[in-house]
Design a protein around this ligand. Structure first.
Ligand code: APR
Length: 232
């Protein structure tokens, strides 16, 4: 195929070798914190300080992290591939951007962004957010982390679904396939005849839905995959 359209979904595993913890691996974030306390609207309403502190800690850690060869390889693919490449990430870090990817689609939001719960304006988040911070637009004390919490609707779904309908190749990298709608993207791509490939350290929950599996560390498997695509 001359200029295949590629849709890529990344998860926490692509940032693991940059030192950012994943969620469901041994000792991961969901072993350290209760999801209902730090990643739900109810948790934020119940104890906003706990939630703001949780994201401040992750924002500070992400600010110090550097992209690894997997992020860099995806930026190279976006720059050099002759077909369309849509990079969708479940991650809230900015490592794709730091690697040179310009239009990563953050379907679960981003640590770098703040959101007004009242007027829905977004702005660049300070490194440390505070409870009751005023919105720069409507001045109400309704600033919150711009993160999609459990029970909320992921961002950019129309754009993502349109790209999946046109995909010739779908690749999932560093995601356990536990959280929908992202975990369902492979079925949507396969349904339109796309070639599907999983690059993951361990088999994901949806590994059987992928045509091709490249097990291993993303910093090794992703550059190899990108080299194979660009040499076609
Ligand atoms: N290289 C490749 N894959 C890796 C690496 C690595 N170095 N290290 C870990 N992995 C894989 C693990 O095998 C696991 O399957 O990354 C996956 C991480 O899975 P999760 O921790 O569940 O993270 P993710 O799939 O991104 O979670 C999805 O769940 O909690 C929500 O919103 C949160 O976006 C997150 C979503």
């Amino acid at each position: 195929m001359t200029h295949p359209n590629i849709v890529i979904l990344t998860g926490a595993g692509i940032s693991a070798e940059s030192g950012l913890g994943t969620f469901r691996d041994e000792g991961g974030l969901w072993a350290q914190h209760r999801i209902e306390d730090v990643a739900t609207p109810e948790g934020f309403a119940r104890n906003p300080q706990l939630v703001v502190d949780f994201y401040n800690a992750r924002r500070a850690q992400a600010a110090e992290a550097t992209p690894n060869p997997a992020h860099l390889a995806l930026a190279r693919l976006q720059a050099e591939h002759s077909g369309q490449v849509l990079l969708v990430t479940q991650n809230v870090d900015s490592l794709h951007e730091k690697a040179g990817s310009t239009n990563a689609v953050h379907m679960h939001g981003a640590l770098a962004s703040a959101l007004c719960a009242a007027c829905e304006v977004r702005w660049e988040a300070p490194l440390t957010m505070h409870v009751g911070e005023a919105c720069p637009s409507c001045s109400r004390p309704t600033a919150r982390p711009d993160i999609v919490w459990f029970g909320e609707i992921p961002y950019h779904m129309d754009r993502i679904e349109r790209a999946l309908m046109e995909a010739d190749i779908f690749a999932a990298i560093g995601t356990s396939g536990n959280v929908y709608p992202a975990a369902g993207f492979v079925q949507m791509a396969a349904h339109v005849g796309a070639k599907t490939v999983e690059m993951n350290l361990d088999p994901s929950a949806t590994v059987n839905l992928f045509e091709e599996v490249r097990p291993g560390k993303a910093s090794e498997t992703v550059p190899q995959w990108v080299d194979s695509l660009l040499s076609d």
